[in-house]
Design a protein around this ligand. Structure first.
Ligand SMILES: *Cc1c(COP(=O)(O)O)cnc(C)c1O
Length: 220
């Protein structure tokens, strides 16, 4: 895995250390995470708050950094602010404000990313390009949380190269928004098991890799 990251980074002259590998451990038991920790992985991602809470408790001794990559309902914002170092799935002004308020109360300072819907997929969560500006404005006003970038969950294609245009668009969008909003937005969360090499070539700083690390999931 590290070698695939290093090769993809080298192809475009990036330092492999600039790319964070996040092991997506959803549906996997704590023992599987422990095994990955043994192999040197320290950052993990989950898509459900409740499932994550149990795993985080079970692995509390391991000093891991936990990411939420799945949709967050606003009634779970408090719990998410307490549990996660990074939340990738901010998709509304209201959710951002709730997470920030909860983080301030809990004395936490999570990093936040805005999930962007570039494909206009009504079935998925994410903010359409045209509605990003107020979310970024709310990010600028956050007191405890820090808005650090954008996240993309592109449509599923068999061919990993088919996602390249989406990755490229997310990066261009980030560059444009960073210049316009005054936020640095250094992070681009994009790329999963079958296409993270391509995402790295296009500027990903966080890749979310599940099955390529843990094997096939029993359920999704
Ligand atoms: C499950 C999931 C992943 C990992 O997918 P794999 O194809 O198993 O690597 C990445 N991001 C999100 C948001 C996910 O839900």
């Amino acid at each position: 895995m590290r070698q695939r990251i290093a090769h993809a980074a080298a192809r475009v002259g990036r330092a492999p250390g600039d790319i964070r590998l996040i092991g997506i451990s959803k549906t996997m038991p704590p023992e599987a995470v422990r095994e990955a920790v043994g192999a040197g992985l320290l950052e993990f991602g989950e898509n459900r708050v409740q499932e994550a809470a149990e795993k985080i408790r079970a692995l509390a001794g391991c000093r891991l950094r936990w990411h939420l990559v799945g949709h967050l309902q606003s009634n779970k914002a408090r719990k998410a602010a307490e549990l996660f170092a990074v939340i990738h799935s901010i998709d509304s002004v209201e959710l951002l404000r709730r997470v920030d308020a909860a983080a301030a109360e809990a004395g936490r300072a999570p990093d936040l990313l805005v999930q962007v819907d570039l494909a206009g997929e009504a079935t998925k969560h994410g903010v359409p390009e045209s509605a990003l500006e107020p979310v970024l404005a709310a990010g600028r006003e956050a007191r405890a949380a820090r808005l650090v970038g954008l996240m993309l969950l592109p449509p599923l294609f068999d061919d990993p190269g088919a996602c390249r245009p989406y990755f490229r668009r997310l990066r261009a969008l980030r560059d444009r928004l960073a210049a316009a909003s005054g936020l640095a937005l250094p992070e681009l969360s994009m790329g999963m098991s079958h296409d993270f090499d391509v995402a790295i070539e296009e500027g990903a700083t966080m890749v979310r890799v599940g099955t390529a690390i843990f094997g096939a999931r029993p359920w999704a």
